[in-house]
Design a protein around this ligand. Structure first.
Ligand code: ADP
Ligand code: MG
Length: 259
């Protein structure tokens, strides 16, 4: 299924963006399955403009995580183009792909994968140090981002001293360390209660606006979809045309609670 993603490529006002941070065109992903293959993504196209946030909904197994993995350049598609901030990733060697990902893509999974022995500020600093930045620069950016996500007093706490919501905030801050252009978020609230879920999605919205990143958030909490600019639904590896949140949710009674 091919999609015309004009809604997302065009800001609400002003000129059409020449280069959306994230552009997938006719992306197909097949996994080997017994003797044959399973199509996790079936000719998916999606563009997300800077400062826009798209929710991705759909039943379990429909390909949502596969779409994020391909957009994150963690998995190469079987065919189709993944263009990150103007660079077509198809032509890149593995090393170049890793460098592009570090520089341009922030990834946030459901369970914050934090290292038990490190403090919040250290969790953020590690990746930045890998990007070749000095420890001093890494620390000052880490402290800044922990402030931004509401963890000013928690910089020196280790994961076991933080709540689930606070750990997810560390995770979000860490994903922002490299100043990404694209933010990919897989079920960020699945392990959180309602109040914390709302504040995490609110934070992702604010980060999208402030840092002008192109954000895709997989969610089964349709309640939070109205905080995003558009919603697209996956089914059997195919992606619906993105729609304004209210319209699609009305048309899709099964969108909520499917997972
Ligand atoms: P969702 O995130 O919507 O639950 P996934 O993207 O995880 O869906 O999975 C889409 C389809 O691809 C499913 O049929 C799943 O079994 C299959 N799949 C996902 N990852 C792999 C993998 N690493 N190897 C083989 N099949 C996979
Ligand atoms: Mg998934």
């Amino acid at each position: 299924m091919s999609v015309t993603p004009a809604l997302l490529a065009t800001p609400t006002a002003g000129p059409v963006l020449a280069r959306p941070p994230l552009a997938l065109t006719n992306v197909t992903l097949e996994y080997p399955d017994g003797g044959g293959t399973v199509k996790a993504l079936d000719s998916v196209s999606l563009q997300v403009a800077a400062g826009r946030m798209v929710s991705l909904v759909g039943p379990s197994g429909s390909g949502k995580s596969s779409l994020l993995a391909v957009a994150a350049t963690l998995v190469r598609p079987t065919s189709g183009d993944v263009v990150i901030d103007g660079t077509n990733t198809a032509g890149l060697k593995d090393k170049e792909l890793t460098a592009l990902r570090r520089e341009k893509v922030g990834i946030i999974f459901q369970q914050p994968n934090l290292l038990a022995s490190l403090t919040a500020v250290e969790q953020l600093m590690i990746g930045h140090h890998l990007r070749g930045k000095s420890l001093k620069a890494a620390r000052s950016r880490a402290v800044e981002l922990l402030d931004l996500v509401g963890l000013t007093g928690s910089a020196d706490k280790r994961p076991h001293q933080l709540s689930g919501g606070q750990r997810q905030r560390v995770n979000i801050a860490r994903a922002l360390m490299g100043s990404p252009k694209v933010l990919l978020v897989d079920e960020p609230t699945a392990a959180l209660d309602h109040a914390r879920s709302a504040s995490i999605v609110g934070l992702l919205r604010r980060v999208t606006d402030e840092f002008k990143v192109a954000t895709v958030m997989v969610t089964h909490d349709t309640e939070f979809v109205p905080l995003t600019d558009a919603v697209a639904a996956m089914r059997d590896g195919g992606l619906s045309a993105p729609a304004v949140p209210g319209a699609l949710l009305n048309a899709l009674p099964s969108a909520g609670g499917a997972e």
